[in-house]
Design a protein around this ligand. Structure first.
Ligand code: A3P
Length: 283
């Protein structure tokens, strides 16, 4: 997005950077459209002892998104008149432990106590194949937010040139946490693994939070997190925020194959190859 780094936004970002982090906080990071809402719901339920009654509250009020500091003046968010949007810092400060907090921000905008390692909250990073991230983003900006009016091919150009301020470059975002993935308080998960084996990821995340779920609890959670259930769940589908269906849109791995021309695909693959060669990361 072509946001300007206005003084107001600069000071909002400074507040994020100086946020007082607690060791019992839980942070979720991921590039926009990587399945972060899906991961939010999974994490929140696991750390809140599968409180399905509590999960009826809108997800952003249970698991606020720091990026909301930049949404001041955004009509969509104001319409709902929620403190998690109008004053996310105050909201986060007033939350009881364990605070679940999400952000898509680039590392340079994240709370400094996380980046300098002074505090060790539990951190989950979710990654998704950039081709599907790009397609999901295109539909989000054109159909849901309606802030972009361009062809998909034009959008790909923007994506490859890091248009996603304030998330910055896709690879910088991902590799920062990929390279820290062996730290005790950090867990790196992938959207594709959640699609292939949701139960496996639920177990991995439960273990990360020292929770043991019974077979019935696991089955219920996996069902609750299924695409159709999430799509019909008003607490997570964001229909009330956007005034329409489609935020939880297609939920597929490889969705880009339907949208990308051979030429675009080849450009994208070159970009992926260039950025992952000489690394141990498999997108
Ligand atoms: P698509 O647009 O490809 O369908 P985020 O929450 O980070 O903005 O990511 C949104 C993406 O996650 C969307 O991808 C959305 O459909 C997908 N998603 C959300 N819940 C899901 C679920 N339960 N199963 C699979 N995909 C899900």
């Amino acid at each position: 997005m072509d946001y300007q780094l206005t003084d107001e936004r600069r000071s909002a970002i400074e507040k994020i950077k100086s946020l007082e982090v607690r060791n019992d906080d839980i942070f979720l990071f991921g590039y926009p459209k990587s399945g972060t809402t899906w991961a939010q719901e999974m994490i929140w339920l696991i750390v809140n002892d599968l409180d399905y009654e509590g999960a009826k509250v809108f997800i952003d009020e249970r698991f606020p998104v720091l990026d909301s500091v930049l949404f001041r003046g955004n009509e969509l968010h104001h319409k709902l008149e929620l403190q998690c949007y109008s004053n996310v810092i105050g909201f986060v400060e007033s939350m009881k432990a364990p605070r679940c907090i999400k952000s898509h921000f680039a590392v340079k905008y994240l709370p400094e106590e996380i980046v300098n390692g002074n505090k060790k909250p539990k951190i989950i990073y979710i990654a998704r194949n950039p081709k599907d991230v790009c397609v999901s983003s295109y539909y989000y900006f054109t159909n849901i937010l309606k802030v972009i009016d361009c062809s998909f091919e034009e959008f790909v150009e923007k994506f490859l040139s890091n248009f996603y301020w304030p998330s910055g470059n896709y690879w910088d975002h991902l590799f920062y946490f990929w390279n820290r993935r062996f730290e005790e308080n950090i867990l790196f998960i992938k959207y594709e693994d959640m699609k292939k084996n949701l139960l496996g990821v639920v177990r991995e995340v439960s273990q990360f939070f020292d929770r043991i779920l019974t077979k019935e609890e696991e089955d219920k959670l996996v069902d609750w997190l299924s695409f159709n259930t999430m799509k019909n769940n008003a607490a997570v589908n964001h229909n009330s925020l956007y005034g329409r269906d489609g935020f939880i849109r297609s939920g597929q791995v490889g969705d880009h194959k339907k949208t990308m021309s051979t030429e675009t695909l080849s450009k994208f693959n070159d970009w992926i190859k260039k950025n992952t060669q000489n690394t141990d990361y498999q997108p």
